[in-house]
Design a protein around this ligand. Sequence first.
Ligand code: KG4
Ligand code: ZN
Length: 352
Amino acid sequence: MRVLGIETTCDETAAAVVRLEPGGAGEILSNEVMSQIAEHAAYGGVVPEIAARAHVEVLDRLVARALERAGTALSDLDGIAAAAGPGLIGGVIVGLTTGKALALASRKPFVAVNHLEAHALTARLTDGVEFPFLLLLVSGGHTQLVAVRGVGDYLRLGSTVDDAVGEAFDKVAKTLGLPYPGGPEIERRAEEGDPTRFAFPRPMLGRARPDFSLSGLKTAVRIEAQRIASPTRGDVADLCASFQAAVVDSLIDRSRAGLRLFRERVGEANAMVAAGGAAANGAIRRALARFCGEAGLKLVLPPPQLCSDNAAMIAWAGIERLSLGLSDDMTFAARARWPLDADAEAAHHGKA
Ligand code: KG4
Ligand code: ZN
């Protein structure tokens, strides 16, 4: 089975072809990602209108290149998968409409993929992880601990009550005058800094419910940065290192609470999996490795380029759904909000 994936929910335009091998393993045949960082950098964050327009400009060429590099014609595909949300609606519509049009023209099955489900299932593409597993999803828009019991079967154990992890990195970077996106930049600066110089808060430490909170930490960094009248490069490095250390401690403490709840509600986990852009962070990855070592849990960390937004994960989610006989029709509408778990989904529809 070969599936084309399309991703346009945020500031990355991406197209990829993934193949399901007879044994059940996935093989990435092509994985094209075009980042719009340069277009948004001047604004210090993603501008939805610019993002949507940029997706329109490059998506056709990117799809052609993904097919070409995979040595695959449209007619060789077994399905076309496009992220249908959650995300910036203008951009989502671009990818979703392109995916539908290609499916219609080539008479292939179409799959509308939940971007969060694609992050969640990436570890099955890279490492063939078996259900159920504990997922720590840390992206620019989401921070959640989820029990992944099967395709389409998610139990949210906890989530952030304010900022997402990537969002906190981006906002702290902005406060410190560092360029967008903040995550990679803070990680680089932190390498030269002293993580013990500033004693920033570790929000929610010790709480039984595995929720997250990062806005107090973000404010603490801002106050400290303002106190230093004209911060030197060394001060900025120390602020970055101390902030990152607080995030890491909080994530590990919250993961510990998440694992406890997972064992109570679901049973033993086959692995812990991290996904989302912030899962590319080296300090977070090292701390998770220590934590899982102590907890006797297998840790699966997809390579950094598959943690941040890409289309291979969309194609793979398409393969997983098609393998179960699931596909979508042309009426599937783009969704700005699309929770993973059924409870939140029901609550959302109740409100609508
Ligand atoms: O998953 P992703 O590519 O897009 C969303 O779906 O949100 O995540 C992007 C986020 C950004 O906030 C970015 O600052 C953060 O992931 N990020 C990082 C790192 N690389 C990307 N955060 C911390 N450390 C990193 N190395
Ligand atoms: Zn993402």
